[in-house]
Design a protein around this ligand. Structure first.
Ligand SMILES: Cc1cc2nc3c(=O)[nH]c(=O)nc-3n(C[C@H](O)[C@H](O)[C@H](O)COP(=O)(O)OP(=O)(O)OC[C@H]3O[C@@H](n4cnc5c(N)ncnc54)[C@H](O)[C@@H]3O)c2cc1C
Length: 421
């Protein structure tokens, strides 16, 4: 069995940033395992710009952003295995992987960093009635066809779901000569970034139909059209509002699912809200020495946040290998998300493990205007932050400092909520 100090599963932006920081913290015996033939993860197919505004103060494309990290991994001579799929992980941190050259490999790691990203929800998860004809793709699959393989999935397109991938693909298909007839969104708001709604839909006169859904798919061999309808406040279609739109392609952008099959095999506790591992302030999961970061932990809006978070996971994995124990649950404070806040990452903070501050990340469950994010230490409001707008498409961050924790040594829970004026 091969032995490593730190093994990172996934060579996307999360895995790359985690590997670099672990190495910077003095751990040389690090290995990245990636199932694709190249490093960089999903960024390789995101050829639009808008990446890196926070990290590099520049607007980069996805491949350019990934390239900066890949170059660093090469410069630092961090070992990686490509075309290698991790098929098993257990709580003793034994990893089983497979590739064409070595067959099945077993690796024992002192620490593991989960960085497997997420996958798209498919049609099967939606139960849309209608025939099972060709021409229905997830937006990310269509993105791979157009940007990497050089194929056009179709000419007349309807997009279901207004998450960022759907918005980006509405623009991409338009630029490649297709007619995007509508982006249809079940909720009364888009779950995408505001800047993507403006730059991908408004700038190209693509209609966004909020509170609508696809109720039927027509077509035998190939899709010929979809019927959409308005939905009520319970998201049920309203009779009499049906509208038929002819199209040869339906793109689905209806949510991402963190890839946590390996985490479950290692008996790691998974949050029912994020579908990612429950972690403490050090991004350590419930299994000692296994850390998680990036989209496998919770779906991020910006890759800059992924890189920042993953840098911390790498640093903490290095500290763990050097003997630090983060899993001391006795003094842990529970973070509670309520009243509009959907979850928090992390879920627990042990004040003893906090060096300066902890960045708590979360999303809200609705659109709120002129509201406050309030933070309570037990029953006392510690501070609140005024927000002009809060939307489910944009991740929020709140900093809990060491000084705050020291002022409240008896604190048992920290509560995050939205308070309206
Ligand atoms: C279409 C699209 C558009 C986006 N647009 C923007 C944008 O404009 N601006 C922005 O800032 N962000 C954008 N993002 C978000 C950003 O790309 C992601 O937040 C980021 O890529 C997540 O990084 P990650 O490393 O967690 O996941 P990924 O990039 O998905 O990487 C995970 C890696 O793990 C590998 N892996 C998974 N399972 C295994 C296994 N069992 N064994 C081995 N390897 C495995 C995968 O092959 C993959 O390479 C976009 C994302 C998408 C999908």
């Amino acid at each position: 069995m091969q032995e490593y100090d730190i093994v990172i599963i996934g060579g996307g932006p999360a895995g790359l940033a985690a590997a670099i920081s672990a190495k910077e913290k003095g751990i040389d015996n690090v290995l990245i395992i990636e199932r694709e033939g190249v490093l960089g993860g999903i960024l390789n197919q995101c050829i639009h710009n808008g990446f890196g505004l926070h990290t590099f103060k520049e607007e980069l494309t996805g491949p350019e952003y990934a390239d900066r990290y890949i170059k660093k991994v090469l410069e630092m001579k961090i070992p990686y295995k490509l075309n290698t799929m991790v098929i098993d992980l257990n709580k003793d941190k034994i990893i089983t992987a497979v590739n064409q050259d070595d067959g099945i490999i077993e690796i024992k790691a002192k620490a593991v960093i989960l960085a497997m990203g997420c996958r798209e929800r498919p049609r099967g998860a939606l139960n849309i009635p209608g025939s099972r004809c060709a021409g229905i793709f997830t937006a990310g699959t269509a993105q791979k066809f157009v940007n990497i393989e050089g194929y056009m999935p179709g000419k007349e397109v309807v997009v279901l779901g207004s998450g960022d991938i759907g918005l980006i693909m509405a623009r991409r298909m338009t630029l490649e000569g297709a007619k995007v007839k509508a982006v249809v969104e079940l909720m009364p708001y888009s779950s995408g970034l505001k800047r993507n709604i403006v730059q991908c839909l408004d700038d190209f006169d693509i209609p966004l139909k909020l509170s609508h859904t696809v109720i039927d798919i027509k077509g035998k061999d190939r899709i010929e059209g979809v019927t959409i309808a308005k939905v009520d406040e319970n998201r049920k279609p309203i009779k009499g509002t049906e509208e038929y739109i002819s199209c040869d392609t339906l793109l689905l952008s209806v949510g991402l699912i963190p890839e946590n099959e390996l985490s479950r095999k290692a008996e790691i506790g998974i949050s029912r809200v994020t579908s990612g591992p429950i972690v403490n302030e050090s991004l350590e999961t419930g299994v000692e020495g296994i850390f998680a970061c990036g989209n496998v932990l919770h779906v991020h809006d910006l890759v800059d946040n992924v890189s920042m978070e993953s840098h911390m996971a790498g640093e903490n994995a290095a500290r763990y290998v050097k003997g630090m124990n983060f899993n001391n649950k006795e003094n842990a404070i529970e973070l509670i998300a309520t009243d509009g806040v959907r979850y928090t990452v992390p879920k627990y903070i042990n004040p003893d493990n906090v060096e300066n501050f902890i960045q708590v990340r979360f999303i809200v469950g609705n659109v709120y205007k002129s509201s406050y994010i309030s933070v309570y230490f037990d029953d006392n409001r510690k501070f609140h932050i005024k927000k002009r707008i809060l939307t489910p498409g944009e991740m929020e961050e709140v900093r809990i400092t060491k000084a705050m924790l020291e002022k409240h040594p008896q604190c048992k829970k920290i509560i995050f909520k939205v308070e309206e004026e």
